[in-house]
Every structure is written in structure tokens, then in C-alpha cells.
Write a protein that binds this ligand. Structure first.
Ligand code: G6P
Ligand code: MG
Length: 230
């Protein structure tokens, strides 16, 4: 039975993913690295240091910097990013998302946040959404980043729910992989090809309707129960 929803933040609740990408691209340019468009999905959902490594790999600059320099580069990106998010307001909540959260609360579902971003609580505060959530995973307490399932397992545990009682929402292929590795039902928001491992895919948040998603979730549970009986 569906009891909870778990949300990524950047690119799911608000378009802060574009701010992350803009800040990373600015840093890459400074390092003389020309990032192809294909880098974008690889940067989504990854922790700050994993993202920096993605960029350095594109520029063949892995192993070029000391760990102190790597930390300084990551801090520089974060400073640029924080300058971009400071102006965020409730008007920046992606279309359909507030209604989804309200519908979920009315349906007595528990809500959690599973963002790799240390800035996520601040963003949720600025969007006026922080009180909607029963639990927020602290990404600094994790050992592995997405696509490892750890963050989604942690969110589910904070809600005291099982994997077959939650639906999780992601815009990144690494995030969908993390949800599926946690054994949860994945809703992918974005490119159907990139997010093809998800159980339910919509092109953008406007198409997120709790009733339709719950129906898909129930259908899949019935189908998998039938398989187990056979
Ligand atoms: C999210 C974003 C990534 C970002 C990561 C860390 O997962 O999708 O693009 O790199 O969080 O964010 P932070 O704000 O802690 O640097
Ligand atoms: Mg995301």
C-alpha cells in the first residue's frame, strides 16, 4: 500500500538544476574545459565532489589537482551557485508540484526529501515548502552518492516505511538508478530515453498527477504479485 513519497529537489521541485549546471559550466570554462551537452545528465544528481570529477574527466584533468585545490574548486562552484539561488521564491516551484504535495498531504502520505545537495533545505525554506516534509536526508551523513541506493533507503527508513510502500521522484538517470536499486517505484521527470529505467515517466512536472501515478504504482504491484504466484 502506498504510504509515502520521496523527492529529489534539484530539477524536481524547482529548476535549481539549471543553476547547478550554470555554475559548473562557468567553473569548467575557467579551467579551460569545454563541456559537451551530454555532460548535463552526468552532472545531475551527483554530489559536489563527484560532479567536479565528472568535469575534470571531460577535460582530461583528473589527478591534476591536490585535494586542497579540489576543495577550493568545489567551494568556488558552491559560492557561484549560492549567488544564483539567493533570489528564489515560491514562484520558482515547478508547475504542478505544489498541487502534488497538497494532494499527498490530503491523502495522508508521508513526504521525504532525498537530495544530494547540502543546499536543499535552504532552497525548500525559500520556496516555502519546508513544512510539507516529514523527513530530510542529510547528504553529509551518506557514504555513497547516487546512483548508489543509500540516499533513497535512508529516506524510506526516516519515514519508517518499506520499499514497496513508497514512490520516489527524480530528474536524473543516476537518481532513477538509485531508486530502482533501493527497490522502490521510480517516477522519472524529463527525457524518456535518458530516464528509461523509471517505472513511470513524464516530460515535465505539469503531468504529475497523484491519482494517475498511484494507479500505475498499484498496477505494478498487482503485476509483480501475479508473477510471484505463478
Ligand atoms: C544535487 C544536484 C547536483 C549537485 C548535488 C550537490 O544532487 O542534482 O547537481 O551537484 O546536489 O549539491 P550541493 O548543493 O551540495 O553542491
Ligand atoms: Mg535532480
Amino acid at each position: 500500500m502506498l504510504k509515502g513519497l520521496i523527492f529529489d529537489v534539484d530539477g524536481v521541485i524547482t529548476d535549481s538544476a539549471s543553476y547547478h549546471l550554470a555554475a559548473w559550466r562557468a567553473l569548467a570554462t575557467k579551467l579551460g574545459i569545454d563541456l559537451p551537452a551530454a555532460a548535463d545528465d552526468q552532472l545531475r544528481g551527483r554530489s559536489r565532489m563527484d560532479s567536479l570529477n565528472v568535469i575534470l574527466r571531460f577535460g582530461n584533468q583528473l589527478n591534476r589537482y591536490s585535494s586542497a585545490k579540489l576543495n577550493a574548486l568545489a567551494a568556488e562552484k558552491n559560492a557561484m551557485y549560492q549567488q544564483l539561488i539567493v533570489q528564489m521564491t515560491p514562484a520558482d516551484i515547478l508547475p504542478g508540484m505544489l498541487q502534488l504535495l497538497k494532494d499527498a498531504r490530503s491523502a495522508k502520505l508521508l513526504l521525504a526529501v532525498a537530495s544530494a545537495s547540502q543546499n536543499a533545505p535552504r532552497i525548500l525554506q525559500q520556496l516555502g515548502l519546508i513544512t510539507y516534509f516529514d523527513a530530510i536526508v542529510d547528504p553529509t551523513a551518506l557514504h555513497k552518492g547516487k546512483p548508489d541506493p543509500e540516499i533513497y533507503v535512508a529516506a524510506q527508513s526516516l519515514l519508517k516505511l518499506n520499499a514497496d510502500e513508497v514512490i520516489s521522484f527524480e530528474d536524473a538517470s543516476a537518481g532513477v538508478a538509485a531508486i530502482k536499486a533501493a527497490g522502490q517505484f521510480a517516477v522519472g521527470i524529463g527525457d524518456a530515453q535518458v530516464l528509461r529505467a523509471a517505472d513511470y515517466i513524464v516530460p515535465d512536472t505539469r503531468q504529475l498527477k497523484l491519482s494517475a501515478i498511484s494507479t500505475a504504482f498499484i498496477r505494478q504491484q498487482i503485476a509483480s504479485n501475479d508473477c510471484q504466484v505463478d
